[in-house]
Design a protein around this ligand. Sequence first.
Ligand SMILES: [Zn+2]
Length: 528
Amino acid sequence: MSTLFIHNAHIISFQDDFVNGVCDSIAINGNVIEAVGKYETLKSLIHPGTQVVDAKGSTIMPGFNDSHIHIWKVGNLKTFMLDVRGVKSKEELIESLTDYYLNNPHLKWITARGFNEVIWQEKFMPTKIDLDKVSVDKPIYLIRTCAHIAACNSKALKIACIDADTKVPAGGTIQLGNDGHPNGLLNETALGLVANKIPPYSKEDLKIMILACREEMYRYGITAATDPAADPTLIEAYKEMNDSDRLGFRLNILPIILPDGSSKPFPLPDTYSSPFLTINTVKFFADGGLSGKTAALKRFYKNSQEQGVLRLDKKQYKALSRQCMEKGLGVATHAIGDAAIEMIIDVYKKLNKDFPSTIKRIEHLGLPEKKQLQAMATNNIACSMQTIFLDELGKNFIQYLDADYLNQCYPVQAVLNHHILMALSSDAPVVKNFNPLKGIAAAVTRKTNEGETIAAKEGISIEAALKAYTLNAATIGGEDRFGSLQNGKLADFILLDKNPLVTPIENITAIKVLATYVDGKKVWSLQE
Ligand SMILES: [Zn+2]
């Protein structure tokens, strides 16, 4: 018997034989989809106890799945940390840090995230000289939008014992000023030197952040997500929420194996599976990001002698990845530049011989070469990509990449042409607005938020982009319990006011999520 029956809808099911516009009804029994089809065929499932909902012509599709979103960090910017994404100049940055410092006298550290100097007129990152204007007594730790570069004031450097003689950790940089002393800017693994001195968040703090992010996820119709970098405390917090039924969305956690600022790996996690929480893959970082020129390239960044940072010791990575796969764990590796991608594919190729069906993911896949895509296809390597970067960070890409690199930047169509399993995701809080419809629009139009187009030939169809944000995102996580609307699958779905498959692409981000359902229950609805 159906507990919930919704009719008069356009259903985008993504079932195998899916044809848009054929189904108009969905029947739910408890937390499971009982049937999807035409009203006339399904109406016998309606019984006296069934809640019948008239969708009034709205569209029903699987809930979005953000396959790479730093959930607690998104929540942190709503709770414990100052959000400086979008500040338009260094002056504005210093002003907001100063306000925050003055208004929060109880804080032992001033932490903030999100500046992007490429959108400022002066184009220079803040250094300790700038941050010392906010305070010389209280440590300040300011993370760039990419999270691969941080700026510290003198007090923070002092606490972390960073001076001209400090040994630079492998895979990192301590930037020096003209005087030969650290200028406050740290890259990649060197962030750990300061970050490890900041009092860690408690599990209870983390839970507050997770719930703050979940609220926004529901609003965008996101019912499933992958947290692509979790340390042991965060994993504990998620597990406790799951055990007490407080998680409220499908979560795949990718535990970090190598913490920043240390070459000693965390113990390998055990695999874990429950209806809401899964651990089946671990995470490594091979390089940095494009927006701050730390992604590892084979050639130079435009007008510079820089090629980014390779963070992994290949031998250690190879050995650890093998241990993970022997334990039944998949491996997901952050790799953006072509040099980083090459190294990862080389290791995955060897692993694929012994572990052909174990999950092998590349996170981001910013600048793959054609031959690398071919190797991915033949070695069962999947990817989670972020076309949403083209929108918010496209300006950085245009500034730092030559024409050839721009041409191969987040090449989603080429990836699909090679029949590689591709999911889309946001990597928030790297981007401020993680509405999946924004990522979908950028996947189709390839436009930056200033209207420039990056590699137009790489635009994909709306249908392919929707699938990458739902079904493929589940599959890349080794998940077949949700991701499409199909008999027997978990009832995670959303109602939209318009059908994205027939909406002109320029209007797609204006589509409204009317209601979000997880596990057969409505968890959010639009209040007009
Ligand atoms: Zn990320």
